[in-house]
Design a protein around this ligand. Structure first.
Ligand code: ATP
Length: 961
């Protein structure tokens, strides 16, 4: 197809919602089309652009950019562009030229009627496939659980709740802070999946620590069908255009010219980060790349995993924090993931919250102050949540904090949500703990006291590091032969020959010496994992450990192995030393204590008697019970007992002093535990999961699972020539068939095995999980709806009770708004189907006969006869359908009115929140409020202008038996 000319009007066959496009640019290979209605552009390969030329004939009605409706009287052509001579209806003298470039950008797509009246008829089956596809498409858009059904995951309540709360938000900005191993990656994946599927986001940047890049990549493909491109220095280098000196000079001259003309530098169209929509990179890459270039790549969502590394203080914000901040300020949405938000202290925690919602968190001082009131707020929120009726004292208390709200138990959910948002950690942070989620395995700790070798008796002045990890003072691996922990480990491996064992120690030297010792001196089969290994080596080591046939019995890793990785197939954990930071201890245990762990977890700690290691062991175990239970107050306990703890770590500790430390720590732990239960944690618990809502979501999803797309897809496969072969009761093998003309979405040449059963999909990674959200299914829907086939048909009705010759018309309309994607108007007005079934008098009898019931009785009609019927009834059909347009539009108006109400409610709610925050916090700028008001006005206009179009039409003629 090479007959494009700039200025011509074309329509995207697969994305008709973009409106009427205008050819903007052409080269020998590509054509760029601008869609002014939605402020978007698309570039297609010329030879297979999915575009249809839009032209009008004499007698057609056209609409100009300034909303004039004119009737075409004559069509001329000038340099490949149409010029319509047209006049207002009834004013034939008032003819004016309308070049096609001046046509309006939204197009009334009445082509179903055109196709019917011009006898471009499809078979009954194509029509039914189209209508079913349309219904499925609209049901998807209207579903409350859209985006949650497709992922290959178990339905776990707290994850679904968070995804449901966050995913439907406009440009979500949240901290996912569930305790270690409760599924933050899965929650982030669910949110991304939902945002991408609904078109709320299309450009996503994910930043994770280097060791987790591969795991994230695999998890996103396997569970969510999201294919990220991994960016590293090498890839970036390969993307840089090769520039000759001549080109560079030409570029400099051009830049100077433009700079002089416009007083500013030209836009950078060569940003390599714009080459992909979904990019995954490591934090190492982030620290060395051109951060301004990365930040300017128009991200809809930025995701940062293990965000506790982003250290910040007023005087010394870390480089990694500043780099993330640069991107986060330009990206529309932001997801920060950390299990230990306060690992680097309250200041850094505050700084991350401020990145998420600067209005809500204006200053560290205010944040500290707010924290000190959490207990009162928690008590109030608890009463509002727990008490069925609210007495006047309770209402008064709530009113004082929410003066602009009506406080009644009927509005319990919104009152609580507002309270948590404005005065608690609110909707910015979600944190679920094992405390509020059932079904986690027990954890048992086994301490093994060992004698301290004389070689490790260092003098008092040695650095703390030397006391905690005495082996690190050796420059080689000689320590392995004298350290009783090594002998202990050797015995342990022998006793647990058939178990997988994860060994964690602080230093990479300890890990690699120990690995060499076990493998080469003792002849064992052990894998190793530390930060000096490259990514591929690390992934290989993790896979070698995971392999339960020929794999390693144990994996020895340095601290880096304790972050993010999934080792829940093992249930023995050996801690060769203990970290000083309770959050790190929890991270270590979290490798095994994760969703999917089926056994009780056995934690083994060999330590030296009468040594810093014993102090730490007892402090953790007896002081705060941190091995057997997650201790959410760990960091605060550390801060409060640090002064008593640290002196004992650097000298030969007295047992009486250790006993006193343990007893004091226990008092602090109990006190903090109570405070948390009644304070912040209670608030977080209330905002992080509502079990009723979570249960309802699980039920809805279970019902959705029962509505398999397979029967529909089997008809699609038949129509498009895809071969199907039964694999088993729950799976099918699909291959391109010999008669397939074009590529089928998501079907590789070698074929694919798909199951529509969730349990099978979870157990069988080699199969694809077919749901209504799978790319093959959504691609098929797009393909069917993008085609003209099936828009108009004639069929024979076989029903003895209906008089032969009776004529019916089934008219399927859709109501949709054409709005730029960033406004996300479909949150309020999803695509909606209106079905009318007309008799020959134009009476709508759709309530009496459903589409499905009718379809069962409708049969193929011979093509020649179909054409004859249309030709002979053309006037009647046109009259009935045009008259019915009014009735359909009236129904559409009701749909639009409901959408407007929902939109106003949501936007006003957001406005009220912003204004209430502004009253407390002058950092909320007036411009933000104005921007929101403008957005509301835009939505009001675009939803109000939603179009009701005839999308498919079937003429039905009764034939008796
Ligand atoms: N809904 C689910 N269905 C199936 N597997 C799940 C589900 N949720 C979590 N998992 C599995 O549980 C493990 C922990 O999940 P995930 O990695 O998302 O946790 P996390 O909170 O990010 O952990 P960490 O704090 O260590 O980073 C992973 O192996 C994940 O695949």
């Amino acid at each position: 197809m090479s007959d494009f000319t700039p200025g011509q009007r074309w329509l995207s066959e697969s994305e008709t919602e973009l409106g009427l496009g205008i050819i903007k640019e052409l080269d020998y290979r590509l054509v760029t089309v601008e869609y002014p209605a939605v402020e978007e552009e698309r570039t297609y390969a010329i030879n297979n652009a999915p575009l249809s030329r839009v032209t009008f004939d004499v007698g057609d009605t056209i609409r100009t950019g300034d909303e004039l409706e004119l009737t075409v009287a004559e069509v001329n052509e000038l340099n490949g562009l149409k010029v319509y001579m047209a006049h207002p209806a009834g004013e034939t003298d008032n003819v004016q030229p309308v070049p096609e470039t001046l046509l309006g950008h939204t197009l009334k797509l009445n082509s179903a009627l055109d196709r019917l009246l011009s006898n471009q008829l499809a078979s009954n089956r194509w029509y039914e496939l189209r209508v079913d596809a349309l219904n499925a498409h609209c049901q998807q858009q209207q579903s409350r659980i859209q985006g949650l059904r497709g992922p290959r995951i178990d339905h776990i309540g707290h994850q679904l709740y968070i995804a449901d709360q966050v995913a439907s938000r406009y440009a979500p900005r949240v901290l996912l802070a569930d305790e270690v191993g409760l599924g933050k990656t899965i929650e982030a994946g669910l949110i991304l999946h939902q945002q991408l599927l609904t078109g709320r986001a299309s450009r996503v940047l994910v930043v994770v620590p280097s060791p987790l890049v591969h795991q994230w990549f695999v998890e996103m493909v396997r569970r969510f069908n999201l294919h990220f491109s991994i960016f590293d220095a090498e890839r970036l280098e390969a993307l840089q255009p090769e520039t000759s000196i001549k080109d560079m000079l030409a570029q400099i001259i051009e830049e100077e010219r433009l700079g002089e003309e416009q007083g500013e530098a030209p836009a950078n169209n060569d940003n390599p980060f714009l080459s992909e929509q979904l990019i995954l990179c490591s934090t190492d890459f982030l620290s060395e790349c051109d951060i301004d270039q990365l930040a300017s790549a128009d991200w809809d969502l930025l995701v940062v995993d293990e965000a506790h590394h982003l250290a910040w203080s007023e005087q010394h914000p870390s480089d990694s924090y500043l780099r993330v901040e640069t991107i986060a300020q330009q990206a529309r949405g932001l997801l920060l993931l950390t299990a230990t938000p306060e690992q680097l202290g309250l200041e850094s925690h505050f700084a991350r919250l401020r990145l998420l919602d600067p209005d809500r968190y204006p200053s560290l001082e205010a944040f500290r102050e707010e924290q000190s009131h959490y207990q009162e707020i928690a008590q109030l929120a608890g009463e509002l949540h727990d008490q069925p009726d609210w007495d006047s004292a309770l209402v008064e208390k709530a009113k004082a904090l929410l003066p602009d709200m009506e406080i009644t138990p009927d509005a319990r959910d919104s009152v609580l949500a507002e309270l948590l948002d404005r005065s608690g950690p609110g909707r910015v942070m979600f944190r679920n703990t094992r405390h509020n989620i059932a079904g986690f395995p027990l954890r048992h700790v086994h301490g093994s006291p060992l004698p301290l070798p004389d070689e490790y008796r260092y003098d008092q002045d040695e650095e703390l590091e030397g006391h905690l990890h005495p082996e690190t003072l050796y420059h080689d691996d000689r320590w392995c032969t004298l350290d009783p922990r090594v002998t202990w480990l050797e015995q342990f491996f022998k006793q647990h020959r058939h178990d997988k064992v994860l060994v964690i120690c602080a230093s990479r030297h300890t890990a690699s010496d120990l690995h060499a010792h076990c493998n080469y001196k003792l002849g064992m089969n052990i894998a190793m994992f530390h930060e000096d290994m490259d990514l591929i080596e690390r992934d290989r080591a993790a896979a070698f450990f995971a392999d339960d046939v020929d794999g390693a019995q144990a994996l020895i890793c340095s601290e880096i192995g304790s972050e993010g990785r999934n080792f829940q197939f093992a249930h023995h954990l050996v801690l060769l030393d203990l970290p000083l930071n309770p959050d790190l201890l929890e991270q270590r245990i979290g490798r095994l204590d994760r969703i999917g762990q089926r056994e009780d977890i056995q934690i083994h700690v060999p330590y030296f008697e009468g040594h810093a290691q014993e102090v730490l062991f007892r402090w953790y175990h007896e002081g705060m019970n941190a091995f057997e239970h997650t201790n959410p107050a760990g960091h605060d306990i550390y801060l409060r007992s640090r002064d008593a703890l640290e002196p004992l770590l650097s000298s030969d500790p007295e047992y009486t002093a250790i006993d006193a430390l343990v007893a004091d720590t226990r008092v602090i732990a109990d006190e903090l535990q109570t405070l948390m239960e009644t304070g912040r944690d209670r608030l977080l618990e209330l905002s992080s999961c509502d079990t009723d809502r979570a249960d309802a979501l699980r039920d809805e999803l279970a019902q959705a699972d029962a509505q398999s797309p397979l029967p529909f897809m089997q008809r699609v496969f038949d129509r498009y020539g895809v071969d199907q072969e039964e694999h088993s009761d729950t799976a099918v093998i699909l291959k391109p068939g010999p008669h397939m003309r074009d590529a089928f979405p998501g079907l590789p040449d070698e074929g694919i095995t798909m199951t529509d059963d969730r349990a099978t999909a979870l157990a069988r990674d080699d199969m694809q999980f077919m749901t209504w959200e799978h790319p093959m299914v959504t691609g098929s829907l797009e393909m069917i709806l993008g085609e003209n086939r099936g828009k108009a048909a004639v069929s024979l009705l076989k029903n003895p009770r209906i008089k032969p010759g009776t004529l019916l018309i089934e008219a399927i309309y859709t109501v949709e708004s054409m709005a730029p994607r960033y406004l996300q108007a479909d949150r309020f007005l999803p695509c909606t189907v209106i079905r009318h079934l007309l008799d020959a008098n134009g009476k709508n009898i759709s309530q009496a006969i459903s589409h499905e019931g009718l379809s069962q009785q409708c049969h193929k009609m011979d093509k020649a006869l179909s054409r004859k019927i249309v030709s002979s009834q053309k006037t009647l059909l046109e009259k009935l359908l045009k008259a019915n347009d009014v009735a359909a539009r009236k129904e559409a108006d009701d749909v639009v009115a409901a959408a407007l109400i929902a939109m106003r409610e949501e936007q006003n709610h957001e406005l009220a929140r912003l204004k209430a925050l502004q009253a407390k916090n002058p950092a909320v700028r007036d411009e933000e409020i104005t921007a929101l008001e403008q957005q509301t006005a835009q939505l009001e206009k675009l939803i109000g202008d939603a179009q009701c179009q005839l999308n498919a039409v079937r003429v039905i003629v009764a034939a008796g038996e």
